[in-house]
Design a protein around this ligand. Structure first.
Ligand SMILES: [Zn+2]
Ligand SMILES: [Zn+2]
Length: 138
């Protein structure tokens, strides 16, 4: 199996992709496509489609993750993440904090499970909903 990890660097990105990635990297939490659009409007991206297209590509590169349950996007902060890595997130239902989990065994295991059912996954995102340690203590 070859290594797909972050084979795209920020220099390979188009202007729109770089702007969208910058917006996500600068954000503390996940952002919806419309929030991203609001923030890049002044910098020349005006059509929602431009944002969606940039997001699609960034997700395909493994640089951004899409959180289905929040309908939001998050910059990947895990250097071991790649386009075909299983990304896992904890999402706190109290404060909304989202954290990316790193566990190579998870990816390996899910890959072998998928292989056993002759399934080829293009992306895998696991979302764990619950209460974070900070909110737990309160
Ligand atoms: Zn990631
Ligand atoms: Zn919390």
């Amino acid at each position: 199996m070859h290594d797909h990890n972050h084979d795209h660097t920020t220099e390979d990105l188009t202007k729109n992709q770089a702007l969208v990635l910058e917006t996500l990297t600068g954000s503390k939490g996940p952002l919806s496509a419309y929030t991203i659009l609001d923030q890049v409007r002044d910098q020349g991206i005006r059509a929602p489609l431009q944002v969606y297209r940039a997001l699609d590509n960034l997700v395909a590169f493994g640089m951004v993750h899409r959180l289905e349950s929040l309908k939001a996007f998050l910059a990947c902060r895990n250097p071991n993440c790649g386009p075909h890595t299983a990304a896992a997130f904890t999402i706190c239902d109290v404060c909304g904090r989202v954290a990316e989990l790193t566990d190579g065994r998870l990816t390996e295991h899910l890959e072998s499970v998928a292989q056993a059912s002759n399934f080829t996954p293009t992306s895998t995102t696991i979302e764990l909903r619950g209460v974070c340690d900070r909110c737990h203590k309160e």
